[in-house]
Design a protein around this ligand. Structure first.
Ligand SMILES: Cc1cc2nc3c(=O)[nH]c(=O)nc-3n(C[C@H](O)[C@H](O)[C@H](O)COP(=O)(O)O)c2cc1C
Length: 313
C-alpha cells in the first residue's frame, strides 16, 4: 500500500485534526521558532506553553540539566500572561492556519476558571489542555493532579465556564501511584480527553558544589528516558476508559516511538524534547509514522489507536 493513502487525520473529542503529531506544551513556545522550519498547518496542532493569568518570570537559573537519555528542566511557568497571549500569540497562530490547543496553568482552582473565561471569548481555539501537573498554592504546594479531589475541582471549574464549546484535555502527572484513579476524577468532572504524561520529577546534584544543580532544586525529566512510563500510563488509562481520547507524549523522537504510544491508546502524539535538538523532528515523526502504518496494513490511523489492547493482550 502507498503510504500517501493512509488517512492520518485524528480527533480528540469533538476536535478534528488533519495530522496526528502535535507540539508538546512548553517545548515550542507559541510556535514562531518552529515556523521557520515547516508550515505549522502541516502538523496536528500547536500546543502552546502553559499560560497563567499574570506574566511570570519562571524559576531561578540554572534551569536545565542533561541526563542519560533525557533532560531535566525547572523553567517554571514563565510567560506573558493570558491577556497578552490571547492578543498576540493566538491571532498569529491562526494567521498561519495552525490549529491551536491552549495550555493553561493556575496556582489556585479559581485561577483556572479565570483563564477559561478569557479563552471562551476567543474564537478559533481547537481545545484547552489543562495543565494540572503544577503546584497548588492553596494546598501545601502539592501538585493538583497528585490528588483526585483537586483534580476534580479544577476540571469542574473549567468545564462550568467552557460549557460544551471547546474540548477540555486534562494533563496529568505520572508521579502518582494510581494514574487511573486521577484520570477517573478528571473524566467524571467533565474532561473530554486526557494528555499523558507531563514530566517525571527528578533531581541532579552538582558534584563540584555538592548541591542540587538546578536553581529550582527539583526539575521535570523528559525525553526518551520517560517513554516507557508514558506508554504504561497511556495503556493503563486506555484500558480503564476506552472511549476517552488521549493525547500522548513522553520521549517521542521517531515514528516508531509515536506508533508505540498510539498502539497503547493515544489518538494523537505530542513531541517535546526531541524538537530542541532537531526542530524538524515533528515532521519526520509524522512522515515515519505514516510509513509504519502503511507497512502494517493500516489504511487509517484510527485503526491503530489502542491496537495493543485487542485480542486480550
Ligand atoms: C523545557 C520544557 C518545558 C515544559 N513546559 C511545559 C508547560 O509549560 N506545560 C506543560 O503542560 N508541560 C510542559 N512540559 C512537559 C512537556 O509538554 C511534555 O509533557 C514532556 O516534556 C514529555 O514529552 P517529551 O519527552 O517529548 O519532552 C515541558 C517540558 C520541557 C522539556
Amino acid at each position: 500500500m502507498s503510504n500517501s493513502s493512509v488517512d492520518i487525520s485524528t480527533t480528540l473529542a469533538s476536535a478534528w485534526f488533519p495530522a496526528p503529531i502535535f507540539t508538546a506544551s512548553g517545548c515550542a513556545s507559541s510556535g514562531k521558532e518552529l515556523a521557520q522550519f515547516f508550515p505549522l498547518k502541516d502538523i496536528g496542532a500547536v500546543v502552546t506553553k502553559s499560560v497563567m493569568n499574570k506574566p511570570r518570570h519562571g524559576r531561578p537559573t540554572p534551569r536545565m540539566a542533561e541526563t542519560p537519555s533525557g533532560m531535566l528542566n525547572s523553567i517554571g511557568l514563565q510567560g506573558p500572561g493570558i491577556d497578552a497571549f490571547l492578543a498576540n500569540d493566538v491571532p498569529w497562530l491562526l494567521s498561519q492556519n495552525a490549529r491551536v490547543i491552549v495550555s493553561i496553568a493556575g496556582e489556585t482552582v479559581d485561577e483556572y476558571a479565570v483563564l477559561a473565561r478569557k479563552i471562551r471569548s476567543t474564537a478559533g481555539i481547537s481545545a484547552i489542555e489543562v495543565n494540572i501537573s503544577c503546584p497548588n498554592v492553596e494546598n501545601r504546594g502539592m501538585v493538583f493532579a497528585a490528588d483526585c479531589d483537586t483534580t476534580a475541582r479544577v476540571i469542574d471549574g473549567v468545564r462550568k465556564v467552557i460549557g460544551g464549546e471547546i474540548p477540555i484535555l486534562a494533563k496529568l502527572t505520572p508521579d502518582v501511584t494510581d494514574i487511573v484513579s486521577v484520570a477517573r476524577s478528571a473524566v467524571d468532572a467533565g474532561a473530554d480527553g486526557l494528555a499523558l504524561i507531563n514530566t517525571v520529577l527528578g533531581m541532579v546534584i552538582n558534584l563540584d558544589t555538592m548541591k542540587p544543580h538546578l536553581g529550582g532544586r527539583t526539575g521535570g525529566l523528559s525525553g526518551p528516558a520517560i517513554r516507557p512510563v508514558a506508554v504504561r500510563a497511556i495503556y493503563q488509562v486506555r484500558d480503564a476508559f476506552p472511549q476517552i481520547p488521549i493525547l500522548g507524549m513522553g520521549g517521542v523522537a521517531s515514528g516508531r516511538d509515536a506508533l508505540e504510544l498510539i498502539l497503547a491508546g493515544a489518538s494523537g502524539v505530542s513531541v517535546g524534547t526531541a524538537s530542541f535538538g532537531n526542530p524538524t523532528a515533528i515532521i519526520s515523526v509524522q512522515n515515519e509514522l505514516r510509513e509504519l502504518l502503511a507497512q502494517r496494513g493500516f489504511t487509517a490511523l484510527s485503526q491503530a489507536v489502542g491496537y495493543a489492547h485487542r485480542n486480550g493482550n
